[in-house]
Design a protein around this ligand. Structure first.
Ligand code: CP
Ligand code: NVA
Length: 303
C-alpha cells in the first residue's frame, strides 16, 4: 500500500507521472470526463489546523471522482479531547477507504499510516506540505518550465513549504536557492537526503537578492506558520527584508514566475502588487484540485 506522507514515499518516476497525469486529468475534467475512481468510496479529511484550499479542493475532488468526503475537525471530534492517534486511525480505517490528515507533528501522519490500514495523505504537517508541491510543480510545468533545469528561489522561512521544495529538487534536479534569515534554516535531514540524491545545486543563503538572481521562479510563504502565532512579533523583526516585491524581482529572469501557496500576508512576505501581477499564483491554487485528484487515483490503484 502506498501513502503520501512526504516525497520520500514516491520515486522520481512516480512523481513525474503524477504531474503528467494531473495535467491530463485537468483536461479530462474540463471535457466533463472525470473518472469515477472513488465511486462508493469514502475519504476522511482530518483537520487539526485551519484550511481553505486543502479542505475545499479535497472535498470537491472527491465529489468529481464519485466519492464521499467526511470532514473531521479536532475540536468537533474526540481528537482534541486526547483520544490516542493509534485508536482514531484504527477506527477511521474501519469506515473509510483513504484518510487525509492535516496536523502538527510528522509522527501523527506516520501513526495513521501505521495503524489505519488505508492510504494516508499528508495534507500539511509542520515538516512538509507535499500536496502543495504537487500543485506548484504542475503549475510550473503547465507554464512551460523545465523541471530539471529551472532555477528556483525560496525567500523566507525554512518551513514545511521550504522542506517540500527541497525534497522536490532532490527528485527533479532543479537549482534551488533558499534565502532564509539566520536561525530559520530548513530541516537538516531533508536537505541531506535531497543532496544525497545527487542534486549539487541546493543552497542556503541569507540574502534574498542572492537567491533571486537570475531565477526562473521566485516563491515564498508566511513568516509565521500555523502553530507559531506566539512567535509572530519576533518573526516580524527577524524576517524584515525577506519580501518578494518588484525590487527583488528585478534581479530575477524576465518573465519570472512567482508562486505562493496562500494564504498570503500582503506587505509582509509578498507585495500586494506582485500578487496582482502574477496570476499563476491562482493557477497554483486551482491545481491543488487536479493534483490531489490524481494523487487519490494513484493511491487507489496501489492499495
Ligand atoms: N495552501 C494551503 O494549504 O491552503 P489552506 O491552508 O487554505 O488549505
Ligand atoms: N507554512 C504555512 C503554509 C500554509 C498553507 C503554514 O504551515 O501555516
Amino acid at each position: 500500500m502506498k501513502h503520501l506522507l512526504s516525497f520520500e514515499d514516491v520515486t522520481t518516476d512516480e512523481l513525474k507521472a503524477l504531474l503528467d497525469n494531473a495535467i491530463a486529468l485537468k483536461k479530462a475534467h474540463r471535457a466533463g470526463q472525470d473518472p469515477k475512481t472513488l465511486k462508493d468510496k469514502v475519504v476522511a479529511l482530518v483537520f487539526e489546523k485551519s484550511s481553505t484550499r486543502t479542505r475545499v479542493s479535497f472535498e470537491t475532488g472527491i465529489y468529481h471522482l464519485g466519492g464521499q468526503a467526511v470532514v473531521v475537525t479536532s475540536s468537533g471530534s474526540q481528537i482534541a479531547r486526547g483520544e490516542p492517534t493509534e485508536d482514531t486511525a484504527r477506527v477511521m480505517g474501519r469506515y473509510c477507504d483513504m484518510i487525509m490528515v492535516r496536523t502538527f507533528g510528522q509522527e501523527v501522519v506516520e501513526k495513521y499510516a501505521k495503524y489505519a490500514g488505508v492510504p494516508i495523505i499528508n495534507g500539511l504537517t509542520d515538516l512538509v506540505h507535499p500536496c502543495q508541491l504537487l500543485a506548484d510543480l504542475m503549475t510550473l510545468k503547465e507554464h512551460g518550465l523545465d523541471l530539471a533545469t529551472m532555477a528556483v528561489a525560496w525567500i523566507g522561512d525554512g518551513n514545511n513549504m521550504a522542506n517540500s521544495w527541497i525534497e522536490s529538487a532532490g527528485h527533479l534536479g532543479f537549482k534551488l536557492t533558499l534565502a532564509v534569515p539566520e536561525g530559520y534554516e530548513p530541516d537538516a535531514a531533508i536537505l541531506a537526503r535531497a543532496r544525497a540524491r545527487g542534486n549539487k545545486q541546493i543552497n542556503i543563503v541569507h540574502s534574498p537578492k542572492e537567491a533571486a538572481k537570475e531565477a526562473d521562479v521566485v516563491t515564498t510563504d508566511v513568516w509565521a506558520s500555523m502553530g507559531q502565532e506566539a512567535e509572530k512579533a519576533k518573526r516580524a523583526q527577524d524576517f524584515k527584508g525577506f519580501i518578494v516585491d518588484e525590487e527583488l524581482l528585478k534581479v530575477a529572469k524576465s518573465g519570472v514566475k512567482v508562486l505562493h501557496c496562500l494564504p498570503a500576508h500582503r506587505g509582509e512576505e509578498i507585495a500586494a502588487s506582485v500578487i496582482e501581477s502574477h496570476p499563476e499564483i491562482f493557477d497554483e491554487a486551482e491545481n491543488r484540485l487536479h493534483a490531489q485528484k490524481q494523487l487519490m487515483i494513484w493511491l487507489m490503484e496501489n492499495r
